[in-house]
Design a protein around this ligand. Structure first.
Ligand SMILES: *[C@@H]1O[C@H](CO)[C@@H](O)[C@H](O)[C@H]1NC(C)=O
Ligand SMILES: *[C@@H]1O[C@H](CO)[C@@H](O)[C@H](O)[C@H]1NC(C)=O
Ligand SMILES: *[C@@H]1O[C@H](CO)[C@@H](O)[C@H](O)[C@H]1NC(C)=O
Length: 388
């Protein structure tokens, strides 16, 4: 059972202490209590094997940066099926892959990557649909965990913080904590939070708060299950259920949420905020003309201007064999292309083939490819990155 295992966050916090100063558990608990977050036993995920896996500092040679997913043991207990397979109620689907810091660093070494910006994949903090207290607590635990990785491996990791939306007030509290106290370089949002797409009216104060933090804010959006709440029942929509939803529905989800952000003009109104789109936008680029040349034509030019300046396109998975041509047809600057992976959800071998396809792509010069692997990230994040 997905939610069957529940014990103490204190265990998690105490195990964290293996890697960081012993007072950290107290610090985590006191910050949570200050922010009104209940991390008590009845409210937080079981963390039977929660622990930071230590490894010796490793010398890595190249300087590319990418987005990737973290998936510690304790989170696998909370969400045994991640990355959009939760709808396979028939017992099928892909279990959450094993992951730890050592294997992640090994993987980076294999591909020749020196820095990762880590974020949790779907469902992230939304493993307990409709349960506000647990969603808020889980977001806090995820962020403490990611901050611990970044503190322990400052030359290898930065992170995108998880947000407990759709609970807007709590998400604003978490946003400020994660960015100003934990050092998150941005936030990772899901395509929908409990069925609400990111342009949802009630989320506007969250966007206002983020834009108001000062300086550039970076939002990485990850697709998730298209949740429908019908008659008080949560339904993981996947009309074509012969393949898991991460293959097709995730592309649709990315399109839905960015169309929503565009039509609600969230992207127009909050001009400090930049977006990282997964899988170079999924099905979103294909739908831009379809939507903006038929309805809301008045938003066409201003939206395209934003897609070309404040949108950044993450390459994760097989996007450079053919899909990239559709995106570049919108005159997206090549300086806004980023390298990303779906590791550990996609194997190192497939990830290597994807990497090779970028290297073989005739539409980018060698210099543009180098920029995609490294410099474009530096331009996006500016002085938020402290890597050498
Ligand atoms: C990390 O994960 C790898 C691959 O699953 C495994 O072989 C290794 O034993 C793990 N290391 C630790 C410290 O748990
Ligand atoms: C919703 O639940 C109510 C009460 O159980 C029931 O009468 C109604 O038919 C349900 N509606 C749908 C669309 O399932
Ligand atoms: C953005 O501003 C326009 C007015 O310029 C307004 O109609 C729209 O509702 C606003 N959207 C959001 C999400 O703030």
């Amino acid at each position: 059972m997905k939610f069957g295992l529940l014990i103490s966050a204190t265990v998690f916090a105490a195990r964290l202490a293996h890697a960081v100063p012993t007072s950290i558990a107290d610090v985590i608990m006191s910050h949570a209590s200050r922010d009104g977050i209940d991390l008590s036993e009845s409210n937080t995920p079981r963390t039977t094997r929660a622990r930071l896996h230590e490894s010796e500092d490793e010398e890595l040679e190249t300087s590319s940066t990418f987005t990737a997913h973290a998936e510690p043991d304790w989170y696998r207990n909370v969400a045994p099926f991640t990355g959009g397979n939760a709808d396979r109620n028939d017992g099928g689907g892909t279990p959450s892959p094993a992951w730890n810091v050592s294997s992640h660093l090994d993987f980076m070494d294999t591909i020749g990557i020196s820095h990762s910006v880590l974020g949790f994949t779907s469902p992230s903090a939304n493993a307990f649909l409709g349960d506000k207290a647990r969603t808020v607590a889980l977001a806090r635990l995820i962020n403490e965990q990611l901050a611990a990785y970044a503190r322990t491996y400052p030359d290898s990791f930065h992170f995108f913080a998880a947000m407990p939306l759709p609970y807007t007030d709590e998400a604003i509290t978490e946003l400020k904590y994660a960015v100003t106290e934990l050092g998150a370089v941005g936030v990772a949002l899901m395509s929908n939070h409990e069925g609400h797409y990111l342009g949802y009216d009630s989320f506007t104060p969250f966007w206002q708060a983020m834009d108001g933090l000062g300086g550039r804010q970076v939002v990485y959006v990850h697709p998730t299950t298209p949740w429908l709440n019908i008659n008080e029942t949560w339904i993981p929509a996947n009309p074509y259920s012969d393949i898991d939803e991460s293959r097709m529905e995730f592309y649709m989800e990315t399109a839905r949420t960015f169309i929503d952000l565009t039509l609600k003009q969230t992207i127009h109104n909050f001009t400090n905020t930049h977006f990282v789109l997964p899988h170079i936008g999924g099905a979103f680029p294909t739908m831009i003309d379809r939507v903006l040349k038929t309805v809301h034509t008045e938003l066409y030019e201003s939206s395209l201007e934003i897609f070309r300046t404040r949108f950044w396109w993450d390459s994760a998975s097989p996007t450079y064999f053919h899909q990239i041509n559709g995106l570049l047809a919108y005159d997206i600057p090549k300086a806004n292309l980023l390298y990303g992976t779906d590791y550990p959800f996609i194997s190192a071998a497939v990830t290597a083939a994807d990497f090779d396809s970028i290297m073989a792509y005739p539409g980018l010069s060698d210099e543009e490819k180098e920029d995609l692997l490294s410099n474009n990230y530096k331009i996006l994040f500016g002085d938020k990155l402290h890597f050498q």
